[in-house]
Ligand binder design. Structure first.
Ligand SMILES: [Zn+2]
Length: 301
């Protein structure tokens, strides 16, 4: 493994002044769900309570987590994890910087040897939480990488990869190759409108290209874990779900581009409140469709 390893996990809370964002709050307001831990294989599973889906890998030689939700739900999760293993967490991956995937780092840091993320993630984490009540809960990765990082574990080969700007400026995918299970973070909001975060460097146009790369990279047997879905069953899915999300983003981008070309303002596009062919998707939070239109228009106009 070729990484720049440092040992400041326990002291990497970052304090700064300022103000902004909305992404943490959206998912912080969502309902906590029960029956949270689920096994996909004997060693790999997921956890859903509040915020982005946590992925876990537990072997007698290695423990890996993907994403950490919030401090309170990370604590609930960790209690469940302890029933499976006494080992320390060797690697905690953050699929991207959003608070519902990274704020739980604050709780898990004491039980974790390394936090891994894409190079852009720590910077965006700091920016997102600046001046908010969560700013002293920011715990950033001690291992970062640009495009690919491979881990040869005793019983699994794992690849973390970055295909470019998409849902944010630093979305990574973690692939358990032997089990052919991939955690896609928020590259797919399955059956719901996605969160388009311009402050977090989202690019709808590039997101479409990234999903194309995902579809080319993985085979038809790959099982995918998604950050969010319309229910806890659908956080697990297949290539068809990725194609659907790509089709949605395609429709969103081409509708907004067309309206912009006609001279429509951002406000007019937002208030049209339609994405032809995709008006019946579930809103995970009220006004999600309008927010998608507004944020995409801001990227184009
Ligand atoms: Zn996100």
């Amino acid at each position: 493994m070729n990484v720049n390893r440092r040992t400041f996990i326990k002291s990497s809370s970052i304090l700064m002044g300022g103000l902004f964002l909305q992404g943490n709050e959206i998912f912080d307001l969502s309902e906590n769900s029960a029956n949270n831990i689920k096994e996909l294989t004997n060693n790999i599973g997921i956890y859903n309570e509040k915020g982005g889906t946590i992925g876990w890998y537990v072997q007698d030689d290695t423990v890996i987590l993907i994403d950490s939700q919030f401090p309170d739900t990370a604590k609930n999760f960790y209690k469940e994890l302890k029933t499976k293993t006494d080992r320390k967490i060797n690697y905690l991956f953050n699929t991207h910087h959003h608070g519902d995937h990274t704020l739980g780092n604050f709780y898990l840091k004491d039980f974790t040897e390394n936090i891994v993320a894409q190079t852009n993630c720590p910077r965006l984490q700091v920016k997102q939480n600046k001046g908010k009540k969560t700013e002293n809960q920011v715990v950033i990765a001690n291992i970062v990488f640009d495009s690919e990082l491979k881990f040869k574990l005793p019983k699994e080969n794992l690849t973390a990869m970055y295909f470019g700007q998409a849902h944010t400026g630093g979305d990574i995918i973690i692939h358990f190759e032997n089990n052919n299970i991939a955690h896609l973070g928020d590259l797919v909001f399955n059956n719901v409108y996605p969160y388009i975060d311009n402050n977090g460097e989202c690019s709808v146009k590039n997101w479409i290209l990234v999903l194309d790369k995902v579809l080319n990279y993985f085979d038809s047997d790959t099982k995918f874990i998604f950050g969010h879905a319309d229910n806890t069953e659908n956080v697990i899915g297949n290539k068809k779900d990725i194609e659907n999300k790509k089709d949605y983003l395609d429709a969103l981008y081409s509708y907004v581009s067309g309206q912009a070309a006609k001279g429509k303002t951002i406000e007019e596009i937002e208030n049209s409140n339609t994405i032809p062919g995709f008006d019946n998707i579930k809103e995970l939070w009220k006004g999600a469709r309008k927010m998608n239109l507004k944020a995409t228009a801001e990227q184009i106009i």
